[in-house]
Design a binder for this molecule. Sequence first.
Ligand SMILES: Cc1cc2nc3c(=O)[nH]c(=O)nc-3n(C[C@H](O)[C@H](O)[C@H](O)COP(=O)(O)O)c2cc1C
Length: 217
Amino acid sequence: MSDMRAYLRAFKVFTGDLPEFDPEAVPATPEALFVEWLYAAVEAGVREPHAMTLSTLGTDGMPAGRVLVLKNIDEEGWQFAVHGESPKGQDLIAHPAAALTFYWSEQARQIRVRGPVRAESAERSAQDFLARPPGSRAEALLGRQSQTLASRDDLELAAKQSRERVDAEPDLVAKEWTLYTLRAETVEFWQGDAERKHTRVKYRRASEGWSRELLWP
Ligand SMILES: Cc1cc2nc3c(=O)[nH]c(=O)nc-3n(C[C@H](O)[C@H](O)[C@H](O)COP(=O)(O)O)c2cc1C
């Protein structure tokens, strides 16, 4: 343990062939640049590029973060889905705003999105729910996410029963399942550089369209 500082310091970051990022040649909207970067991440072999950290303001006033998958992005914003009774679901009901952070280490790229969130209609949330594979639906129907689990046996039994319900009623929807759209106020694209002269471009929502600026590393 005494060598932990040295152990951590020995890890290299921003190594290998990193992609070009010309801040003069970016599209007018952050959604368009996100999609460009997403395709480039897939090309570069980034695993699970749709995994992102969702940060919320906890109901206890403390920040809270966890990894979630991105469901969609379009001109309306970034979409993700949560169980309304989970801690993150409760956070978003109490304080409907969030930050999303993507990190693609193979390319030394980070994307930071912040803004208010809007719960989509029950119909759109149900569509999202029903598009999930049966095992995921069974898990979501269990509810109780992040509550204390007394034993793994309890989970095994509840999961088996939930799966039987899903198989018997394939149209069953967890009514607390909520699709959210985050309407970005700011989006920052961060390209790491081995020399630490990182390139940072921040989009800000303006009265019409978006403004853009460079940031010091
Ligand atoms: C790659 C990855 C993807 C995940 N995707 C989801 C997801 O889509 N929905 C979800 O509820 N939890 C997902 N999780 C689990 C969450 O990180 C978290 O543990 C869970 O949602 C409970 O969070 P909460 O207590 O803040 O509500 C994922 C975890 C990882 C590592």
